[in-house]
Design a binder for this molecule. Structure first.
Ligand code: UD1
Ligand code: CA
Length: 469
């Protein structure tokens, strides 16, 4: 019978990922807004592990920094550098240097950093099988009609795993084998260490292959078992951009299915793109062409779409957001935004407000029940509750040197095509006439009209001479 041994994990992420043809290390390419490697580590942290050791090398500093910033776990994650990438066997040896030599009665999962679709259930199944069979090594294999690129599993007459042969080293007969190595293993650490010392780089790639450890263990009389993956896509390694897109499609489908199960409607899930960190409440309805990125949150009963690109934005309940681009913004409850609105960073739309077509906002607070129904630019501004900003109103926030704020009071109304030259304040309940250019504060309840477009010759040159106070 198997026995309990402490379990840890080594993640191999030092390779360059040459086939990606990218200046970004392969494992940092995002899938559903989260780097590939973080998906792998997220799956691992769902297991009761002692520790996770990540082997970094190519772009080590960037990889380490990204992980430290984005990890969401209390589990100890350590980094070991593999300075020269001499193969997966060498990388595993590097990873094992993080473990103490004296206590080696434990198990270690070895996982590549490029398999973002791996599920915790599968990792747990491998560990379970490993313990109950008491094998020296347990590998996850997959049976596929397209084994191209993978190592092939060689079995002996008793159908036990005998060895793994890499594609470039395989004979034509071996190439026909459809059972492949997923590169996901569980080892007895105390047996893996001496096996790694016996690897040789005499192969097509001149590398120390971790896959050869299987043959070494068998030759030393140890048993090796295999778990065949139920779903081979789960073990898919991302090596190039085509596989990146394939993995992305699978991940998105998973995310969409999960949200639909919690009560989110999607008219067309195949045209709905939701990042891993997005949160949706029940009865949210997503129309085709919706892209929700980063830490976006959408409240219950809100309808988004068609064609919205929403990044790091919090949307309240019962709102309607149509054909809109929004970033780093907040939208309240019962709001209506779009079609064709552009909410730039720092926009806060309070409850019951309305932002209409061809309106751009930035660093702006739109008060409760306020309306900006069409064709306006509201930047570095506050719009009071129930105020109405008419078509063509512009907050002229930039004087060519600095940005200034505009304040529009509660219940105020601007006229069509008015320009509010900041810094300026329009008092509560004030009116701005159509076409007015407002250059000084308007008291509460007043009317401002007319265009003070008098000409001052030589002004720009004189301004440039003056030192700014
Ligand atoms: C590997 C397996 C292959 C398996 C496939 C499954 C070997 C020799 N081959 O091939 O049997 O079918 O995965 O996806 O193991 N890495 C390092 N340091 C190195 C080399 C690689 O850390 O010196 C890391 C890479 O960053 C990567 C992982 O190990 O995350 C696997 O390396 P990769 O080059 O992608 O191996 P494959 O050719 O895919
Ligand atoms: Ca790979």
């Amino acid at each position: 019978m198997g026995q309990y041994r402490p379990l840890s994990a080594v993640v191999l992420a030092a390779g360059e990922g040459t086939r990606m043809r990218s200046s970004t290390p392969k494992v940092l390419h995002p899938i559903a807004g989260r780097p590939i490697l973080l998906h792998v580590i997220d799956a691992l942290t769902a297991l009761p592990l002692q520790r996770i050791v990540v082997v970094v090398g190519h772009g080590a500093e960037r990889v380490t920094k990204t992980l430290q910033e984005q990890l969401a776990t209390e589990m100890p994650v350590e980094f070991v550098e593999q300075r020269v990438q001499r193969g997966t066997g060498d990388a595993t040896s590097a990873g094992l240097t993080a473990f103490a030599d004296d206590f080696d009665e434990d198990d270690v999962l070895v996982v590549p950093g490029d398999t973002p679709l791996l599920r915790p259930e599968t990792l747990a199944a491998i560990a379970r099988e490993h313990r109950s069979s008491d094998a020296a090594a347990t590998l996850l294999t997959a049976v596929t009609h397209d084994p191209d690129g993978y190592g092939r599993i060689l079995r002996d007459k008793l159908d036990r795993v005998a060895a793994i042969v890499e594609q470039l080293d395989a004979s034509p007969d071996e190439l026909a084998i459809q059972e492949v190595n997923t590169s996901i293993y569980c080892f007895r650490r105390g047996l893996l260490m001496p096996a790694l010392r016996r690897l040789s780089p005499e192969n097509a790639q001149g590398e120390y292959y971790l896959t050869d450890a299987v043959g070494v263990l068998r030759a030393a009389g140890h048993s090796v078992t295999a778990v065949i993956a139920d779903d081979p896509t789960e073990a898919m390694g991302v090596n190039d951009r085509a596989q990146l897109a394939e993995a992305e499609a699978v991940m998105r489908e998973r995310i969409n299915t999960r949200w639909m199960r919690t009560g989110v409607s999607m008219t067309d899930p195949s045209h709905t793109y939701i990042d891993a960190a997005v949160e949706l409440e029940p009865d949210v309805r997503l129309l085709p062409g919706v892209i929700l990125e980063g830490r976006t949150v959408v409240g219950a009963h809100t309808v988004v779409g068609p064609d919205c690109h929403i990044v790091d934005t919090i949307v309240g309940e019962n709102s309607v957001i149509r054909n809109t681009v929004a970033r780093d913004s907040e939208i309240g409850d019962r709001c209506s935004v779009g079609p064709f609105a552009h909410l730039r960073a720092g926009t806060r739309v309070a409850d019951d407000a309305h932002i209409g077509g061809f309106v751009e906002t930035k660093n702006a607070e739109i008060g409760e029940g306020a309306k900006v129904p069409h064709l306006a630019y509201v930047g570095d501004a506050e719009v009071g509750p129930r105020a109405n900003v008419a078509a063509g109103t512009i907050t002229a926030n930039y004087d060519g040197k600095d940005k200034h704020r505009t304040k529009i009071g509660a219940d105020a109304r601007t006229g069509s095509n008015s320009v509010l030259v900041a810094p300026v304040e329009v008092g509560d309940g004030a009116y701005i006439a159509a076409g007015a250019v407002v250059t000084s504060d308007v008291p509460a309840g007043a009317l401002a009209k007319g265009v003070p477009a008098r000409i001052t010759e030589g002004w720009a040159a004189r301004r440039d001479e003056k030192p700014t106070p």
